[in-house]
Ligand binder design. Structure first.
Ligand SMILES: *Cc1c(COP(=O)(O)O)cnc(C)c1O
Length: 384
């Protein structure tokens, strides 16, 4: 069945998932097997070894590709393993233009792992079109965009970056982890590759670490599967099953993440102890118009700073929540709170952190899908 023309909720429930031909099981079984019996040498049913392909993983790969309006999908052992695959498509001397406001682990794999293989990374302000154009040259092979960014919730114009990439004969890759395909469709906006930390909203239940890539470009797809099989950073059948199950409620979860996110953002915006709230749904957000243009909602990720920029006050607040849990990660059904400058972004040098706006009184929320009254009550009692 081709789910291309269906809406996202129908795709989330059905795409990639066909009844099992041997039993009629409506749910794709967990094919917990490493190998497949061949009737004669090379005569098999399309599966020879589970690093190369596995039916449970394949169902998930089709599902994620369909959600992103892409033709091909591949799943990996983590979001960073998916990014690892993208950069392995490049050659020494190739240049990558990316933002100075990336997920810390992405910055680390670029600078600590791939820079020594001769790939050159430029970390710049991607909201400044001139600045991006200044770095384009005939070695530019990839423009890598993360939007919204973590934790400052900056928004980068995907269609504009796609135009620049096409003129430069380079690929555009988009990390769509924060927005999810429910809120943002980068392939439709001109991206060549979309990446996910499936760990977050796609999985949605904080029980799996996984990554994914999708593309509609046949050349990229061939490379993607070649590297997936050659480097072997695959995900397991069990985890694929869990994520297939998680994805079935993606649209319903995202609706509630957006509703709760908006109410929490508005509540914090009025709170006397809060200095700034970073959420792209506010008209006052510097990139609000781009967010409105390319996203169908603003999500449940919110950062805010306390008045007085007091680090100790922020740290002590972290221990006062009863519904929000103090933890890294995001995108699960449960609400989480974290302190970026000492947790998710501790690896950044202090100067870079301050420049990016990650001050010591900044707090990040992943607003879950609990009852909004209880979330507001929790914020109220914690902020005291
Ligand atoms: C978590 C995250 C990653 C890394 O994914 P893992 O699954 O933790 O390897 C990459 N990008 C963004 C935006 C993330 O939030």
């Amino acid at each position: 069945m081709n789910y291309k023309y269906f809406r996202i909720g129908t795709k989330a429930i059905h795409a990639g998932v066909e009844p099992d031909p041997s039993t009629g099981a409506i749910m794709t079984p967990i094919f917990q097997t490493s190998t497949y019996v061949q009737e004669g040498v090379g005569n098999h049913k399309g599966y020879a070894y589970s690093r190369t392909s596995n039916p449970t993983r394949n169902a998930l790969e089709k599902s994620i590709a369909a959600l992103e309006s892409a033709k091909y999908g591949a799943c990996f052992g983590s979001g960073l393993a998916a990014i690892d695959c993208v950069i392995k498509m490049l050659n020494p001397g190739d240049e990558v233009i990316t933002s100075n406001d990336l997920y810390g682990g992405t910055y680390r794999i670029f600078t600590n792992i791939f820079a020594k293989y001769g790939i050159i990374f430029h970390f710049i302000d991607m909201n400044d079109e001139e600045e991006v154009l200044n770095y384009v040259n005939d070695k530019t092979r990839l423009i890598w965009v993360e939007t919204p960014t973590n934790p400052m919730m900056n928004i980068i114009d995907i269609a504009l970056m796609s135009k620049i990439a096409k003129q430069a004969n380079a690929w555009l890759g988009v990390d769509n982890t924060f927005a999810t395909p429910y809120l943002q469709q980068p392939i439709e906006l001109g991206a060549d590759i979309v990446m996910h930390s499936v760990t977050k909203y796609l999985g949605g239940h904080s029980d799996v670490v996984m990554g994914a890539l999708v593309t509609s470009n046949e050349i990229i797809a061939k490379e993607m599967y070649r590297i997936q099989n050659s480097s072997g950073a695959i995900t397991s059948p069990m985890d694929s099953f869990l994520v297939l199950r998680g994805i079935k409620t993606l649209h319903v979860r995202m609706q509630r993440h957006c509703e709760n996110g908006e109410k929490v953002a508005c509540y914090l915006n009025e709170h006397p102890k809060v200095e700034n709230v970073f959420w792209p749904g506010f008209k006052s957000h510097p990139n609000h118009l781009i967010a409105k243009k390319q996203m169908s909602g603003f999500g449940g990720m919110i950062s805010f700073s306390l008045k007085g920029e007091n680090r100790d006050e922020a740290l002590s607040l972290m221990t006062k929540f009863k519904v929000f849990s103090l933890a890294e990660s995001l995108g699960g059904v449960e609400s989480l709170v974290c302190h970026p400058s000492t947790m998710t972004h501790a690896a950044l040098p202090e100067k870079d952190r301050k420049e990016a706006g990650i001050i010591d009184s900044l707090i990040r929320l992943s607003v879950g899908i609990e009852d909004i009254e209880d979330l507001i009550f929790d914020l109220e009692q914690a902020l005291g």
